[in-house]
Structure formats: C-alpha cells, structure tokens
Design a protein around this ligand. Structure first.
Ligand code: C5P
Length: 208
C-alpha cells in the first residue's frame, strides 16, 4: 500500500506522514529532504542555485540513502530547495530513488509536492494536506521560535507565499491536487484530529 501525501510548506503533512507511517508500520520518506540536500550542497559550495547544469550534477551525485539531516531543516535551505527543485534535471535525478522507495514490498508513506501526481500516480491513498497561509505562517513561526530564531510574522508569511508561488508555478511537476486526492484542510484541526481524519480515509480505502 502506497500512501502519497502532498501539500504546501508548513501544512502539517510531514507530521501526519510520520504518524501514519509509525501507526501502520510502514517506512516513511520525507522527499523534501532530497531537494534540501541538493540545496545544502549548492549553498556550501557557493554554486548559483539558478544554474540547472550544476544543480543537476549535484543531484545526480547525491547518495539518498545517506542524507543525514544536518542543517537540512534551516529556513534558508527550504527556500533554496524550492529554487533548485524547479530544474527538471534535478527532479529527474531524484525520481528513481523515490519510485524505488515507494515500490518497497509492503508499501510506504511518502510526503512531498508531487507524490500523488508524478512519483506514485498509482498510490492507493492520496492525501492533499493544506491550511491557510496565515495559519501555516503561525505554525512555522512557532517552530522557528523553538529553534531559537525570531523572524517577524510578516516575513514568514511572505516567505511562505513566495514558496507556494514557486512550487505551484513551476513547469516541472508543480504542486497540484491530484484528481483522485482527498483534501484535508488542517487550518482548524489539531494534529490529533488531522491524524484521525487521515487514518479514517486510509481505513476506508484499503481496509487497513
Ligand atoms: O517539504 P519541504 O519544505 O522540506 O520541501 C522543500 C522544497 O523542496 C519545497 O519547497 C519544494 O520546492 C521542493 N520539493 C519538491 N518536491 C517534493 C518535495 C519537495 O519540489 N516532492
């Protein structure tokens, strides 16, 4: 059983994916980390993010089995990831690994932007997790505060809107609701309620 979870930044999809995977005893892949690892390597080497050739070479050389999480969660890395992820060559270089992960016997839970549309179009369960930009900005602000950063709410909101526009506006695998995805709007839902909704959908779809 493949469970594909897509949605914009700070929508709660990562938390939901991790919880579902743990509950169902399935492996989980946060595909954003792949793009973040490419971005981190580009930043560390001082490479221009807009250069598709360099970004594609970095993506092709990435060892997705040994990413580590060092400094991948930083705010600047998320922004940079959304720039490098728009290069079709980068996406192609990372696709085979994601398809292999999704095809594991017993299935898997993957979250990202294009799982239900590109990586696993045949997934048995497709969820699109979203929330209002304002609520997502408040959540992101809380995460950043916990990590010792204190940007202004307006800055975080503007960053999120810019990232939404970039992820949905690019030509290669843009962020879209797959036609057969079920939308979970978490604007007014806590993590437990979102999880309960998602689990009910999974159970209904596959009798898990
Ligand atoms: O989900 P996360 O914020 O870690 O993703 C960072 C960036 O990586 C996203 O803004 C998006 O541009 C890119 N991404 C993508 N496709 C995915 C996962 C992430 O393009 N499946």
């Amino acid at each position: 059983m493949i469970i594909a979870i897509d949605g914009p930044a700070a929508s709660g999809k990562g938390t939901l994916a991790r919880r579902l995977a743990a509950h169902l005893g399935r492996p989980h892949l946060d595909t954003g980390l792949l793009y973040r690892a490419v971005a981190r390597a580009m930043l560390d080497r001082g490479e221009p993010l807009e250069n598709p050739g360099r970004a594609t070479a970095v993506a092709a050389a990435l060892d997705p089995d040994h990413l580590g999480e060092t400094r991948l969660r930083d705010r600047e890395v998320g922004e940079a990831a959304s720039v490098v992820s728009a290069h079709p060559g980068v996406r192609d270089a990372l696709l085979a690994f994601q398809i292999r992960f999704a095809s594991r016997p017993g299935g898997a839970v993957l979250d990202g932007r294009d799982i239900g549309t590109v990586v696993a179009p045949n997934a048995q369960v497709k969820l699109y997790v979203t929330a209002s930009p304002e609520e997502r900005a408040r959540r992101r602000l809380r995460e950043l505060a916990a990590a010792g950063e204190a940007p202004a709410y307006e800055t975080v909101l503007a960053d999120l809107r810019q990232r939404d526009d970039r992820d949905a506006g690019r030509a290669a695998a843009p962020l879209r609701v797959a036609p057969d995805a079920i939308v979970i709007d978490t604007t007014e839902l806590g993590p437990d309620e979102a999880f309960a909704q998602a689990l009910a959908i999974v159970t209904d779809r596959v009798g898990a």
